[in-house]
Design a protein around this ligand. Structure first.
Ligand code: CLF
Ligand code: SF4
Length: 501
């Protein structure tokens, strides 16, 4: 999220509640979008950063086959174009997928989007994918439909996707140069033949670009995913961003390569490393320009259920789903009520955050540019600081400056507290948490134990439990203002000071 002091809500879609800045772009960038397109975004947890605090998605794993080979993929696992590598999802038939979707929609009324993202490529399995979408668009028309693909089969299926009301399509585009592509894709399966090397990359790139153009022409929102592979396509992704933006992609999501030898992928076995947090952030910033960048992707599994970063899939195994009685008409009414309440909460949070930023702006006018600060937040959703530090499996990281609070990304950590009174029994896990928070000067959470408090302070990260149940952006802005007023920002970040000493 990027909150600007001036005209913060200028791009909000009337009746949708989605501030333009809240979707990762500048107000100008979204202001020109037709109302119909903006209405598609406001409650999509991937296409609108602010929405991901409130709305959930679910994936149904109906697509087993793939038509290409990526060097970061091992077919034993989910499609790594969106999913975190090393994850295996339960394969469903289209009928099972529809039953599961209705069950989840009834039990998680804030679930607004159903995506098909694997375990192979959804468009390499067109019958299974389209049958699922066809049934769902009839039985649950209030759910947005979303699909993710490598793009090879996309142009031939664009019209079929449009017939099924698929409003959101993700294409994984790792390159626009076949020489780079040949280092990522050893082969594709095309016109009943296996094609290798540069020629394969050339065909794949042409199909991806054609598919992107066709979708944009038809008013479908396109998100482009790119896997950042240091030394292979990291520099090249700036060009990818420029090209896909020029062709009308709505959002670019640069994801880190995750390559481990135990996954059995080519890159994993060859020791190809993934990027650091800093490298990823630097590339996302370099690609951004005035393009919407996605920074809250969790590389979900192909059967993920719940808020991003959450996985409630184990509540909806097919055995459990088969035993559920679903009255979808009643569920629909409850979904309307819950979603209306979410919109009221979002509107109240936006108003309050706007008020907080006024004094911050006044401070920034009185002082010479104070330095920006990274602040981490523990949250379990709802846009609130509502998680015990010891229960946090990930932290959201925000950069606060005098004129801006902007969402930078998330940092995953291992859970180190089993929920008891005391935290910090497992010292090494606490140290991993501290490593994950490297570069952050404070961490905001609902509660924290005595021992981790001391360890964080010693590491130069100020624990802060004073903003429990407050809206994240507002609390981050308040903490930044306190740091500014206390003079803490007149000195270097303690960790950086130690490094430069
Ligand atoms: Fe799923 Fe992807 Fe649709 Fe979202 S996920 S198909 S656009 S509904 Fe979202 Fe998950 Fe990242 Fe994907 S956080 S992996 S971007
Ligand atoms: Fe694997 Fe997905 Fe690439 Fe196919 S498109 S090889 S399933 S990562």
């Amino acid at each position: 999220m990027r909150l600007k002091l001036v005209g913060k809500d200028a791009g909000a879609a009337p009746g949708t509640g989605c501030a333009a800045g809240g979707c990762g772009g500048s107000p100008d960038q979204l202001a020109h979008l037709p109302e119909a397109i903006r209405a598609k975004v406001y409650n999509h947890p991937c296409y609108c950063e602010e929405a991901h605090h409130h709305y959930a998605r679910m994936h149904v794993a109906v697509a087993p086959a793939c038509n290409i080979q990526c060097h970061y993929c091992n077919r034993k696992y989910d499609c790594a174009n969106e999913s975190r590598p090393g994850v295996v999802s339960e394969l469903l038939t289209p009928d099972q997928a529809v039953k599961k979707a209705l069950a989840v929609a009834a039990h998680i009324p804030q679930m607004t989007v159903l995506g098909i993202a694997g375990p192979g490529d959804p468009l390499a399995n067109p019958e299974r994918t389209l049958s699922t979408f066809r049934q769902l668009s009839e039985k649950a028309p209030d759910i947005k439909l979303c699909v993710s693909t490598n793009g090879l089969a996309l142009p031939e299926l664009v019209d079929a996707l449009c017939e099924h009301n698929i409003d959101h399509v993700t294409i994984t585009i790792n390159c626009v140069d076949p020489d780079v592509g040949a280092k990522i894709y050893p082969w594709i399966f095309w016109n009943h033949r296996r094609i290798k090397g540069r020629k394969a990359a050339e065909i794949l790139i042409a199909q991806q670009q054609k598919g992107l153009e066709m979708l944009v022409e038809r008013g479908v929102l396109v998100k482009v995913n790119s896997v950042m592979i240091p030394g292979v396509n990291d520099q090249h992704l700036k060009e990818v961003s420029r090209v896909v933006k020029a062709k009308g992609a709505f959002l670019h999501n640069v994801m880190p390569l995750i390559a481990e030898a135990k996954h059995g992928t080519f890159f994993g076995i060859m020791g190809q490393r993934g990027p650091s947090h800093e490298e990823l952030q630097a590339l996302q910033d370099a690609c951004a320009g005035d393009m919407n960048m996605m920074r809250h992707c969790r590389q979900c599994r192909a059967d993920a259920v719940g808020l991003l970063g959450q996985d409630r899939g184990n509540e909806f195994s097919m055995d459990q789903v088969e035993a559920m009685e679903i009255d979808y008409a009643a569920a629909l009414e409850r979904r309307r009520q819950v979603q209306a309440a979410i919109e009221a909460t979002r509107e109240a949070q936006r108003r309050k955050t706007g008020e907080t930023f006024v004094p911050l702006a006044a401070l920034s006018r009185r002082r010479s540019e104070p330095r920006p600060v990274l602040l981490a937040v523990a949250t379990s959703g709802g846009g609130l600081i509502n998680q015990h530090l010891g229960h946090a499996r990930e932290f959201l990281v925000y950069e606060a400056s005098a004129g801006d609070v902007r969402f930078i990304g998330h940092r995953r950590v291992d859970r180190y507290c089993s929920g008891g009174e005391s935290c910090g029994d497992a010292e090494s896990a606490l140290q991993r948490t501290i490593r994950a928070l490297a570069g952050c000067e404070a961490v905001l959470c609902s509660k924290i134990g005595y021992e981790p408090w001391g360890a964080l302070e010693a590491a130069g990260i100020q624990p802060n439990g004073e903003h429990a149940m407050e809206a994240i952006e507002e609390a981050v802005a308040v903490v930044y203002r306190e740091m500014l007023e206390s003079g803490r920002l007149n000195v270097e970040h303690p960790a950086e000071a130690r490094m430069s000493a």
